[in-house]
Ligand binder design. Sequence first.
Ligand code: FAD
Length: 469
Amino acid sequence: AAAGEMQDLVVIGGGPGGYVAAIKAAQLGMKVTCVEGRGSLGGTCLNVGCIPSKALLNASHHYHDAKHNFEKYGITVGDVSISVEGMMKSKDDAVTGLTSGIEGLFKKNKVTYSKGWGSIPKSGEVKVALSEGGEETIQTKNILIATGSEVTPLPGVPIDEERIVSSTGAIALKEVPKHLVCIGGGIIGLEMASVWSRLGAQITVVEFLPHMVPSMDGEIRKTMERQLKKEGFKFKYKTKVTAAERNGDSIKLTIEPAAGGDAETLECDYALVSIGRRPFTEGLGLEALGVKMNRGMIEVDHDFKTNVPGIYAIGDCIPGPMLAHKAEEDGVACVETMAGKHGHVNYANVPSILYTHPEVAWVGLTEEQCKEQGIEYTKGTFSMMANSRARANNDAAGMVKFVAEKGTDKILGAHIMGNAAGELIMECALAMEYGGSTEDIARVCHGHPTLSEAVKEAAMATYDKPIHM
Ligand code: FAD
């Protein structure tokens, strides 16, 4: 470790916010140490979040495709079966490969990796309780807090990570549930439920609000909800779970109407608590330092500075969308500013992606937000059913939708449901970052046959007429 040597920056937390900030700072010429306590780099995202969930979504999609769709293409594979153990191993291999890859990047960029839990006794000093025992104290000019987030617990529903699981348990089940109740219809819950639904589990989503994923555009959400119901998802909206009782392999959940009323019982063999995540800042000593907090989040200014000189914060532990790519952007902008450059993150243009099949991706304002904000808008939609590539792929569920400013045609929001929506959304985000219009997108020559032609045609539909619909 770097004990004894004055550092320019100590980053506490090795997640996508912290490790990216550490590498960028080293590239900018700073002497950097990154402190991480969990035993591997990559944070929530690589270890128990984005990557393992996507590995399982990919594997379960292949299984589902082989079982239900291959025959349509004239492919016979006989009896398709699943080994949960094999699927978990392939997921673990993906995770290990990527987390050790970051260690390699640290070495390449000369970032010192201090393994242990960090705290801040005073500005300019980080104390690390080392994983191998003992402790070290590092003197540093700047400290960056990137300690991320943790699962929000639900009172009355104690998580045991066996039968009553958080997302962390849900990516490591040993068998396919018969009936999985997903408490909370947000992005993480729907992704985990999709994995197990494809492998044969019956899914019930219990959601407090009147609909799933509240940040999604309403029109797209309705289309997506229909799709999930077709796959067998059941939704119980305006309902809250108030208690859980585990009896061996079975769980009894007590549910009540959100507005109050008679309680009912819902039985299942697995329950997933996915009501959200909350900032994690425990053990850092922030209270004693007088770091200003707001509802558990660290308060920062435009340059990611806390109210205490020399202490910065980024990622899931500060306000803004709790997403890995947002944490990374925060990290880069923060250390660029620290180095005397001009870092900036445009929070209005951060894409969100639901990695089900089909995917849903969106950036900017929804139609509902335009209405709420009294913005006059035009909109254009295009169905994936009218896109030749989607039809050739036999994978044509979904649509593309733009909302643009009336009069100027400036893109305000883009919303895509369809295979590879997460990739397709990026040309929309790029256009929006440049202040582009739907006509700007429509006049770019798009390759044929590609799914991206649906984006082009939805853009055409916004300021003029599409060709293929
Ligand atoms: P984290 O990734 O939480 O990293 C913080 C790190 O700090 C942790 O490793 C922790 O051990 C360490 N730490 C904390 N305190 C200390 C301390 N005192 N000393 C030393 N180390 C400490 N986001 C996406 O963008 N796309 C997705 O597809 C996606 N899927 C997800 C799926 C799931 C199941 C989950 C749970 C999350 C998902 N997310 C996704 C969210 C994403 O994981 C987070 O937004 C992202 O990891 C935040 O990065 P971070 O660096 O701020 O914090």
